[in-house]
Write a protein that binds this ligand. Structure first.
Ligand code: GLA
Length: 409
């Protein structure tokens, strides 16, 4: 090619790339940090991170219509529904076979009235109903998978009144994750019902690079366990992809373990606060039926799962995933999440095995003013005017979570 022509072609290419970049940034101005944008699935759902409950963490395969009904009752009665927990999802093991014509067959012993009647019951409680399947040939527990049955399953779910589907990735050898999940996205789009799409391939195919165009949330990690080391592993993985999250498209570091007994109250508070800072889905995984009793343990769980100040950070409509702005030494961290009203959620997080004091300097957390109003989101107390920095003692494996409003000079 002639040199000047080649130069013209490369100039045009450059101009096109810049124009695309500028228009992408115009659409998503807050992502103008050098990261490539993927489009967002076009179903209008999950504009804030989904909230709800899922059977797996506590009950595993021991699911039944009685459990789901009692859970829906408890979620309505405990104040969880009013705090935003919406989707009640049956995880693995509700299905047993495929009928000769291909439709999925629920376990008729555990779900004697069928799934539609159960969805109707959940809807009658003012809640939404979710279900689980697997994009491969079988689920992780060996139940029939949806591979090859995507369209028929999506239609069945729609006919039952399903509002949310979690799709796992076991027994998918030789299949391409993006291709299979895209087939499901299109099947759900043609099903005639708006269904939130939760992708669960454990971060094994870099979903942060493609999944926002396919589903509303995608797991970034393997399964959570009810212990501190697991929570730390998931935080370290999911926090890396903060730049990809936005309304309708969320990183999912897995469901909550709050209330399952394997961590201290301090650790469960940190777990819940970190999920809120990461704009993670808040899917409770405990036995909510025992949350209403008069024990101290039940009160502690309620204080965490029903903390409206912390939930408001997670559910903020700006939809920005918080990130670490200070980690020196690495175990004493400051996290920041900008919020819609111009305030910032700030987390002082002590990962060390001894108590410590952590300071958030206003400049470091992006405040432009010298003075600010500070609310502690766990003690629910306010400091009317704080100058330059906020310092607090933080227990081992604990957090101090703040909301900070700048005060104009
Ligand atoms: C996988 C998922 C879990 C759960 C189980 C069910 O491990 O990651 O969340 O759904 O399968 O078998």
């Amino acid at each position: 090619m002639h040199t000047s022509l080649r130069r013209l072609v490369s100039l045009c290419a450059l101009a096109t790339i810049s124009a695309l970049t500028i228009s992408a940034r115009r659409m998503e101005p807050r992502l103008g940090s050098g990261f490539a944008l993927t489009p967002r699935v076009d179903n209008g759902l999950a504009r804030t991170p989904p909230m709800g409950w899922n059977s797996w963490n506590k009950f595993g395969c021991n699911v039944s219509e009685q459990l789901i009904r009692e859970t829906a009752d408890a979620i309505a009665a405990s104040g969880m529904r009013d705090a935003g927990y919406q989707y009640i999802t049956i995880d693995d093991c509700w299905q047993v076979a495929r009928a000769p014509q291909g439709t999925i067959v629920p376990d008729s012993t555990r779900f004697p009235h069928g799934i539609k009647a159960l969805a109707d019951y959940v809807h009658g409680k003012g809640l939404k109903f979710g279900i689980y399947t697997d994009a491969g040939r079988k689920t992780c527990e060996g139940r029939p998978g949806s591979y090859g049955y995507e369209a028929i399953d999506a239609k069945t779910y729609a006919a039952w009144g399903v509002d949310y589907v979690k799709i796992d990735w076991c027994n998918a050898e030789g299949l391409d994750a993006k291709t299979q999940y895209t087939i499901f996205r299109d099947a759900l789009a043609s099903s005639g019902r708006k269904i939130v799409f939760s992708i669960c391939e454990w971060g094994s195919n870099q979903p942060w690079e493609w999944a926002s165009d396919v589903g509303n949330l995608w797991r970034t990690t393997g399964d959570i366990a009810d212990r501190w080391s697991s929570v730390m592993t998931l935080v370290d993985l999911s926090s890396q992809y903060w730049h990809v999250a936005r309304p309708g498209a969320w990183n999912d570091p897995d469901m909550l373990e709050v209330g399952n007994g394997g961590m201290t109250r301090t650790e469960y508070r940190a777990h819940f606060s970190l999920w809120a800072m990461m704009a993670a889905p808040l899917i409770a995984g405990n036995d909510v039926r025992v949350m209403m009793d008069s024990s101290r343990a039940a009160a502690d769980i309620r204080d965490i799962l029903l903390n409206k100040d912390v939930i408001a950070v997670d559910q903020d409509s700006l939809g920005i995933q918080g990130k670490i702005v200070q980690a020196s030494p690495s175990e004493l961290q400051v996290w920041v999440k900008p919020l819609k009203d111009g305030s910032r959620a700030v987390l002082l997080f002590n990962r060390a095995s001894v108590p410590s004091t952590i300071t958030a300097n206003f400049g470091r957390i992006g405040l432009k003013t010298k003075r600010a109003r500070v609310r502690d989101l766990w003690t629910h107390t306010d400091s009317a005017s704080v100058e330059n920095a906020f310092t607090a003692p933080v227990p081992s494996h604990g957090v101090v979570m703040l909301r900070i409003w700048p005060i104009a000079e």
